[in-house]
Design a protein around this ligand. Structure first.
Ligand code: COA
Length: 182
């Protein structure tokens, strides 16, 4: 049986409660308390997409601007109980849909690079690769010793369909065009 589709919602002012619940379920990735608190606080002020299944929070992603043409995934997480069910892929699709038509042409994310030897972040890099990110830069000194940073990027596909103004989380077609001016 196909897994149930999560309900995705955007909140412009973030959702600290969901961020904290999800990140505390991921100690292998977010085990440093100061870092976790920083991500939770950031998620409380950044546009955030949350994923729920039957009321249970099963993921979130918070995005921030980098330049007018680039947005960055500041933090993303899915609890281990719901890994590999397509929640992350759907949240990335929602982020791309939100960026489309806003002048944002590039989506970026930073993660721990392969030189760290961390087996958990190796899974993270596989995810980013699978959804379309490509390595853009290695920044070995950004996060300090033992934490080599890998910056990844992917283009935001241009919308040439005229569907720019539809609700990106809805499968419904866009409202009819008013047509050319008289
Ligand atoms: C990274 C993360 C958000 C992915 O979410 P997810 O819902 O599990 O991912 P999806 O099910 O949408 O996976 C999409 C594809 O990515 C790849 N992928 C995801 N997890 C993978 C893993 N552990 N190993 C190999 N490939 C993986 C697969 O190709 C997968 O497609 P498939 O299952 O059809 O083969 C989630 O694993 C997570 O929260 N990880 C811990 C926190 C984290 O790494 N945050 C980012 C810090 S920079």
């Amino acid at each position: 049986m196909a897994p149930e589709r999560p309900t995705l919602r955007w909140t412009e002012t973030g959702d600290e409660a969901v961020a904290e619940t999800v990140l505390r379920a991921l100690p292998d990735w977010f085990g440093i308390e100061d870092a976790l608190s920083g991500y939770v606080a950031a998620s409380g002020r950044l546009p955030t997409v949350t994923a729920r299944l039957g009321g249970e929070a099963v993921g979130f992603a918070s995005i921030g601007p980098v330049t007018p043409g680039t947005a960055e995934i500041h933090v993303i997480g899915v609890p281990p109980s719901h890994h590999r069910l397509g929640v992350g892929r759907r949240m990335i699709a929602a982020v791309l849909a939100r960026c489309r038509g806003t002048g944002v042409r590039l989506l970026t994310v930073k993660t721990l690079g392969a030189a760290s030897g961390d087996p958990f972040y190796e899974r993270t890099r596989r995810f980013y690769d699978a959804v379309g990110f490509a390595p853009a830069a290695e920044l070995p000194d950004l996060w300090g010793p033992g934490a080599p940073c890998l910056a990844l990027a992917m283009p935001v596909p241009e919308d040439r369909t005229g569907w720019t103004n539809r609700d990106p989380l809805s499968d419904a077609p866009p409202p009819p065009s008013p047509g050319p001016p008289p």
